[in-house]
Design a protein around this ligand. Structure first.
Ligand code: ADE
Length: 418
């Protein structure tokens, strides 16, 4: 079996952490049990490019139980949990290619290595796997029947590929399932971003001014949690409706140009580029902390920060201190990579349970429906989304009401009014 991980001796710790995560993943556990009996993925070769975490381990274990041949590569150079990668190789016999802190070159070597297995299904987080397939590895595309994509940024990239008429196989946008983005993006990113920044800096949130750039589902979650910890929250947005929502949710809203001089901690979650540029940085307080929780490390203009700085040193794990020419110090966390996975463990297992249940059930759907799908970015079928919601509620011992016949008739009629 081919693999590339940091150290197989880490696997004992990894096995325990995978089991620990499983305690909070009842939906994935149920799917694994059913998959082991029914083998709905028999004959499929699944290549997953995901953050290599204890939650991802439980997903790939489910896929393997379902009869698929599975291999795994990292979807970010800094998000890998090395003990999990080791456990996946030595205990679960899943070829894994991921080392925390790997160079960009190794990152792409790993993507190429998993593609050598000629996948029939791709499972991506951020679309680097699909982008590689559509550029350097077109030789492999003929084997692929369909794929899935986990995250907002990946879905945006795929839509642009599809719009240009260049998407070569159908891809299910897992991110767009309600049971994904309502929970993972909001509560997952909300909690894990605060967790990452706290672990990296050990700073107190109460009384701090926290500037959050972007008020999508992730930004909403981060802002809500920062506020809950006693921070004064400022939102920067380009979308007027989201800005309005932020105002009515009780946050202050202003352009980054104005927020720059006020913030103690800055968090970008825009999915875009240079939300914090060098003009903003030039206005910041001495000691300001910059972090990113968006998918790519382009939301803060790090290149310009490097250029205008007199010196740079690492002052804690995941904290680089840049000294500007006037002596002010600016702190960049996790090299501008997603801080929740760089400095903490990513989203808690209980939310990844739902995201990855959508992944597993979408893979099952693909294996029977791929021929009827167009080469486009498509929605997770509503039944899958509802099933995940119901399974999660059941696992949490929460019952809900059901419509009576009379209520159903009322809701489907037009003629009952005043
Ligand atoms: N994305 C965010 N958090 C994650 C986690 N814990 N595992 C895999 N992917 C993630």
């Amino acid at each position: 079996m081919n693999f590339d991980v940091k150290d197989l001796a880490l696997s004992t710790k990894g096995i325990e952490r995978i089991k620990w995560a499983a305690n909070e993943m009842p939906v994935i556990n149920q799917i694994t049990t059913r998959f082991a009996k029914e083998k709905p993925l028999k004959g499929q070769r699944i290549t997953a490019c995901l953050h290599v975490t204890s939650e991802t381990a439980n997903l790939v274990i489910a896929l393997k139980a379902g009869g698929a041949e599975v291999n795994l590569t990292a979807s970010n150079p800094l998000s890998t949990q090395d003990d999990i990668a080791a456990a996946l190789v030595s205990e679960y016999k899943i070829p894994t290619f991921a080392i925390k802190g790997e160079s960009n070159e190794t990152y792409y070597e790993h993507i190429n290595a998993v593609l050598d297995s000629k996948p029939t299904i791709t499972m991506d987080d951020g679309a680097d796997l699909v982008a590689t397939l559509h550029s350097e590895r077109t030789d492999v595309i003929k084997h692929v029947i369909a794929g899935t994509e986990e995250t907002t940024t990946g879905v945006i990239r795929l839509i642009s590929l599809a719009k240009a008429g260049n998407l070569r196989y159908p891809i299910i946008a897992v991110n767009d399932a309600d049971t994904k983005h309502f929970f993972d993006n909001r509560y997952g990113t909300g909690q894990s971003t605060i967790d990452g920044i706290t672990r990296a800096t050990n700073m107190l949130w109460a009384g701090k001014t926290v500037v959050i750039s972007g008020y999508g589902w992730c930004g909403r979650g981060v802002a809500q949690r920062a506020k809950g910890l006693g921070s004064h929250t400022i939102i920067t947005e380009v979308n007027p409706i989201r800005a309005l929502e932020a105002v009515m949710d009780g946050h202050q809203v202003m352009p980054m140009n104005d927020a720059a001089s006020l913030g103690d901690i800055f968090i970008t979650v825009t999915g875009g580029k240079n939300a914090i540029d060098i003009n903003h940085i030039s206005k910041m307080k001495d000691g300001a902390v910059l972090s990113n929780s968006g998918h790519f490390n382009v939301e803060i203009d790090i290149e310009s920060l490097e250029k205008v700085s007199k010196s740079k040193k690492q002052v804690r794990e995941f904290v680089h201190q840049y000294t500007l020419k006037d002596g002010r110090k600016i702190h960049l966390l996790g090299e501008g990579r997603l801080i929740n996975l760089a400095a903490a463990e990513g989203h808690p297992s209980a939310v990844m349970d739902m995201s990855f249940a959508n992944q597993a059930l979408s893979a099952e759907y693909i294996s029977t429906h791929a021929q009827s799908l167009n080469n486009d970015v498509i929605s997770v079928p509503r039944e899958i989304d509802n099933t995940v919601g119901l399974l999660k509620l059941n696992a949490m011992d929460v019952n809900i009401d059901h419509l009576t016949e009379e209520q159903e008739t009322y809701l489907s009629s037009w003629n009952v009014g005043t």
